[in-house]
Write a protein that binds this ligand. Structure first.
Ligand code: NAG
Ligand code: NAG
Ligand code: NAG
Ligand code: NAG
Length: 504
């Protein structure tokens, strides 16, 4: 190899090195810029021209300057992540909060940035009313422990165009870990435009359908959200106001959800749910407006909550286990229900549910278990304790013949119901104090009634005596009124609940 070609080689090497080094620099500079923006916590600089102010992020500046003085990381080091706990205010992303402008994009933008930062806060400030269309705060690639600080009001579009052919939810949080929604804000579904025409359909009892089709419902178009006048006919599928799907350790506290078109707050496939100091407010005659709906969710605690709605205050559906509900006011509404379960021959499994310290006022049922004929699976390990009822139509109900229309086919199979305790259930009823109607083939087992004191309040209806059918267990007398229809011991047909296909 001659001297000349050796020099050429050296030269080439130097060039390659320089190019490589400069590309690293560019990369760092770009990342650095992004980092700088995120550490400001906002995109406020972008919006300053429009006269937005800095929304109080100046405090972070000195810290941020320190960070900028530090040398850039060497190529081998991982790039510094944006600072934990950054704040992202929807106003800095162009939200108007005037109740008329469409703020959906601003919410999407703020979420996109909050999502990237562990323990970040997305701020929806007080004193504003944000009109937001259907939106999915989708989390499979988001960091943990994001706080959605909701102090303002979020309102739903009442323009039919915004809902396409119909969506199952309005605001959705999916696949998140440690997400918290907190604040003194309100989510208002403005449901009255949905309630008027469809008193007869009952989508709540079509839950199986709702789960299957939940993925292809995100709007990709740019629907017209912001017309404030009612345009067009609302779709027949009514959205849940706020839904969590496939998430771990989620918390909802402080906020109110009102006037949802359908269910207010729903958790599907979640593990670790905490709801407290929370309210639902909707009229008693709003159709299918469950308060809190749980499905395929476990390790759930709901407490210190006021629920007023047109359907079940709390509905516990298939796949739920380890659910604890305490200190809840319910009414108007349909009470706290397990089910309906086993529709269309499906299998349902619900276990370890505790409901205690509940006040029910003016509800249809009090504490209830409802299953369809023809289902399979089981409900086992339920305690209803300390339930104060006032003018409740049916305070205690187990119904294994649930049917939401006038007649349903008779079937022999049923969701097995066992180990159900009612203790300290007191107050007034308006129709029938106890209705326990169990399957001929799978009688209810181990139903225990203790400290029952229910007195009639006549509202002009016909009053009924306690009713039981195929109900086995224990009655700890005396009760008011006298209940003599619970059969002592176990039914002759022996059923191992584990046979029903639910893991113990
Ligand atoms: C959603 O997906 C289901 C199942 O893949 C399909 O049957 C249905 O038509 C889809 N709906 C829409 C609106 O795309
Ligand atoms: C949820 O919280 C529990 C209890 O604090 C914890 O053990 C569990 O690891 C958390 N789950 C996730 C996915 O972080
Ligand atoms: C039942 O659920 C409660 C929460 O309500 C939980 O503390 C308890 O460990 C669960 N029991 C079993 C046996 O899993
Ligand atoms: C179902 O069974 C009940 C009680 O045995 C009976 O009164 C009713 O007519 C049956 N219904 C149908 C649709 O067969």
């Amino acid at each position: 190899m001659g001297d000349f070609s050796f020099r050429k080689l050296i030269f080439a090497f130097v060039i390659v090195t320089l190019v490589w080094a400069s590309s690293i620099e560019t990369c760092n500079a770009r990342r650095g810029g992004k980092h700088w923006r995120q550490s400001r916590g906002t995109l406020s600089s972008l919006y300053k021209k429009k006269g937005k102010n800095d929304h109080g992020h100046k405090k972070q500046k000195s810290k941020q300057e320190q960070q900028q003085q530090q040398p850039l990381p060497t190529p081998e080091e991982p790039l510094a992540p944006p600072p934990k706990g950054s704040k992202f205010n929807v106003l800095d992303y162009g939200a108007k909060g005037d109740g008329h402008s469409d703020d959906t994009k601003a919410f999407q933008g703020a979420w996109a940035d909050a999502c990237k930062v562990e323990a970040s806060t997305m701020i929806v400030p007080s004193g504003y009313e944000f009109l937001v269309g259907p939106i999915s705060f989708s989390g499979p690639y988001c960091q943990r422990n994001i706080l959605f600080q909701l102090d303002g009001t979020i309102i739903a579009p009442i323009n039919a165009n915004a809902w396409g052919k119909g969506l199952l939810q309005w605001l959705e949080f999916t696949k998140l870990v440690g997400l918290t929604i907190k604040g003194k804000g309100t989510i208002d579904g403005r449901g009255s435009v949905w309630w008027t025409k469809s008193i007869l359909d009952d989508p709540i009892d079509n839950e199986e359908q709702l789960v299957v089709s939940s993925y292809n419902t995100t709007l990709t178009q740019n629907p017209q959200v912001s017309s404030s006048s009612l345009v067009g006919k609302m779709p027949s599928i009514k959205p849940t106001a706020l839904r969590f799907y496939g998430s771990f350790n989620v918390t909802v506290t402080g906020i109110t959800i009102q006037n949802s078109p359908q269910c207010h707050l729903k958790f599907d496939n979640c593990d670790g749910v905490l709801v407290y100091s929370f309210s639902v407010a909707s009229p008693g005659d709003s159709p299918n407006t469950d308060g809190i709906h749980l499905q395929n969710s476990k390790n759930v605690l709901i407490h210190t909550t006021d629920l007023a709605c047109g359907d079940d205050c709390i509905s516990i559906q298939t796949g739920c286990t380890n659910v604890f509900v305490r200190d809840v006011n319910c009414g108007p509404g349909h009470g706290i229900s397990i089910g309906s379960l086993g529709k269309d021959g499906t299998s349902a499994c619900v276990s370890n549910i505790t409901v205690r310290n509940i006040n029910m006022h003016n509800t249809m049922t009090g504490v209830r278990i409802k299953t369809w004929q023809g289902g399979s699976g089981s409900v086992q390990g339920v305690l209803f304790s300390n339930i104060q009822v006032s003018e409740v139509e049916f305070p205690i109900m187990i119904d294994q013949y649930y049917c939401d229309h006038s007649t349903c086919k008779n079937h022999t199979s049923a969701v097995a119901v066992s180990n159900i305790a009612y203790e300290n259930i007191r107050g007034t009823y308006t129709v029938k104090p106890v209705h326990v109607s169990c399957s001929d083939n799978k009688p209810c087992r181990d139903v225990r009634l203790t400290d029952i004191e229910l007195k009639p309040v006549s509202k002009g209806y016909h009053m009924y005596e306690p009713f039981c059918w195929q109900a086995f267990g224990e009655l700890y007398a005396p009760t008011i009124p006298e209940i003599d229809c619970i059969q002592q011991g176990a039914p002759s047909s022996s059923l191992d609940p584990d046979e029903a296909g639910c893991a113990a």
